[in-house]
Write a protein that binds this ligand. Structure first.
Ligand SMILES: Nc1ncnc2c1ncn2[C@@H]1O[C@H](COP(=O)(O)OP(=O)(O)OP(=O)(O)O)[C@@H](O)[C@H]1O
Ligand SMILES: [Mg+2]
Length: 264
């Protein structure tokens, strides 16, 4: 059974504009799927819809998590079931520190898993785990007491997204361009963090523009996403082909009139 299953998913913006136009995808535990596609093709829209962002409406099709239909569920209910999204553009929450944000997120998931009864992680255990993960992911300790994403550099935001993932230990992680804006060392650290978590307890959907992160996290499948649809799927070699040839071979070309070029 697929961990995350998308069945003919269509997504529209609040004004009704269709963006995602029928996506079928199945990601299992211990699998990494990469999604690559041109700017504006709808990759982030798809990831928001998977997470249950209220501004993105699933107009047709279904989203299943562990076989359960979550299409109509709120984002927090999906998170409690083990779904995680690392945002392409993480938002700042002035007034909420990284530490308190992580504690609330973890405790909300623990509560849900404990039948709705509060089961907060003891503070010493939380602190030990947080410091260990920060060291492992090379997140500066100074960030822990700052307001989340408030004034963070692009790379710091991305690292903190992965820190959240490492702390929450989701079953299914969607990473929307987590590699963009990372320096070379950070890319290695972040990719290593993802790789360590993917296994019998987690699957991942990695949205990216670059082959580079896929050198560290070898995908089992690569999907080419154009104009709201998966137009091609293959193995890791497909990402290399994209890097060499771009998306042109996958974008429907306006037919060239038969007369053009016939004079030569
Ligand atoms: N909230 C919104 N309001 C208006 N337009 C939106 C909104 N969200 C998405 N869109 C539009 O939907 C289309 C798809 O956007 P999306 O962010 O999903 O693309 P993407 O594939 O993630 O692109 P990129 O590679 O640049 O991140 C774009 O034309 C975008 O302008
Ligand atoms: Mg995007």
């Amino acid at each position: 059974m697929g961990l995350l299953k998308l069945e003919n998913v269509h997504v529209a913006l609040e004004d009704g504009t269709p963006i995602v136009k029928g996506v079928d995808l199945e990601v299992g535990l211990n699998e990494v799927h990469a999604v690559m596609g041109p700017n504006g093709s709808g990759k982030s829209t798809l990831s928001y819809a998977i997470m249950g962002h209220p501004a993105y409406e699933v107009t047709e099709g279904k989203i299943l998590l562990d076989g359960e239909d979550v299409t109509e569920m709120a984002a927090d209910e999906r998170a409690q079931r083990g779904l995680f999204l690392a945002f392409q553009y993480p938002h700042a929450i002035p007034g909420v520190t990284v530490t308190s944000f992580l504690r609330s997120a973890i405790n909300a998931v623990r509560k849900a898993r404990n039948g709705g009864v509060e089961d907060p992680m003891p503070i010493p255990a939380f602190r030990t785990e947080l410091l260990a993960q920060m060291d492992r992911l090379k997140v500066s300790r100074e960030l822990a007491s700052r307001y989340i994403n408030d004034g963070f550099s692009g790379g710091e935001k991305k690292r903190v997204e992965i820190l959240q993932m490492a702390m929450l230990k989701p079953r299914m992680a969607v990473l929307d361009e987590t590699d963009s804006g990372l320096d070379i060392d950070a890319l290695r650290v972040v990719a290593g963090g993802v790789k360590e978590l993917v296994g019998p307890n987690m699957g991942a959907l990695v949205i990216t523009h670059y082959q580079r992160i896929l050198d560290y996290i070898t995908p089992d499948y690569v999907h080419v996403f154009v104009d709201g649809r998966i137009v091609e799927s293959g193995g890791p070699e497909l990402a290399k082909q994209l890097e060499a040839d771009g998306y042109d071979p996958f974008i429907e070309q306006t037919p060239i009139p038969a007369t053009v070029g016939s004079e030569t």
